[in-house]
Ligand binder design. Structure first.
Ligand SMILES: Cc1cc2nc3c(=O)[nH]c(=O)nc-3n(C[C@H](O)[C@H](O)[C@H](O)COP(=O)(O)O)c2cc1C
Length: 227
């Protein structure tokens, strides 16, 4: 029984893969709203350490203490967004994916209000790192739940979809930061082009990213990077 469950979970994790489905002409818009809501609900069971800053709980329509948010766009919305990007001269692969997607999930994370000057995208604190980590766990949950339902997916950095204009169109509060634009594709994508993730087969063996440690209380800090 436990072995069966492990086999299923391990299988879904290994089966998840990046599929970038790209179509030149819009595919028929399939209604995946109920399925996407189920994915978002399951994804929300991710672990999280710190609660979102109060400003995020009070600034928008979404009020949870979790440090992530999901903004769901259905297939018709994807086609309309594609059109808007094309009209603005967007020649990236994003409009082609919006032509094929059955849904787009804009996954954001919620940075704490900075306590000092910020030079980059956000203040580099441990709290913010943990917010990103928790949001990443929620995203992975969503992708795994999609994979378990036979839905192809792609986690994109978002390109134009992470900018203020796209945030405005979707009503996403400007204080949130996009962690990923998650494209979900229907089973039948006809003649559409499908591309894999560029690093899919480059991750090496488990021994390249995990090892047991030998405790040595006399080992210097400088030596710790070695064996
Ligand atoms: C945070 C994040 C952002 C990503 N952004 C992009 C992207 O903008 N463009 C892209 O081609 N792939 C993107 N990917 C997908 C990776 O290319 C892909 O996960 C990797 O090649 C491994 O392939 P796999 O997902 O099939 O295991 C992103 C993945 C993550 C985790």
């Amino acid at each position: 029984m436990v072995e069966d469950r492990a086999k299923v979970v391990d299988g879904v994790i290994r089966e998840r893969r990046t599929s970038k489905v790209m179509a030149d002409a819009p595919l028929p818009a399939v209604d995946a709203r109920a399925m996407v809501e189920a994915l978002a609900a399951t994804a929300g069971w991710a672990p999280f350490h710190r609660v979102a800053a109060r400003v995020h709980q009070e600034s928008g329509a979404l009020t949870s203490i979790v440090p992530w948010r999901f903004y769901l766009l259905d297939a018709d919305g994807c086609r309309a967004l594609r059109q808007a990007l094309l009209e603005r001269g967007n020649t990236s692969k994003i409009p082609r994916m919006l032509a094929a997607a059955s849904a787009l999930v804009q996954a954001t994370w919620l940075p704490n209000p900075p306590k000092g000057p910020v030079t980059g995208l956000f203040e580099a604190t441990e709290e913010n790192m943990e917010h990103v980590a928790a949001a990443g766990a929620a995203v992975q949950n969503l992708l795994l739940a999609a994979t378990a339902r036979g839905i192809r997916s792609y986690w994109s950095s978002g390109a134009a979809l992470r900018g203020p204009e796209a945030f405005g169109w979707m009503g996403i509060p400007s204080g949130e930061i996009l962690l990923g634009s998650l494209f979900l594709f229907p089973a039948d994508t006809g003649e559409a082009e499908v591309s894999p993730g560029s690093h899919r087969d480059r991750r090496g063996a488990p021994a390249d990213w995990a090892r047991w440690v030998d405790l040595d209380f006399d080992r210097g800090v400088a030596a710790a990077g070695g064996a």
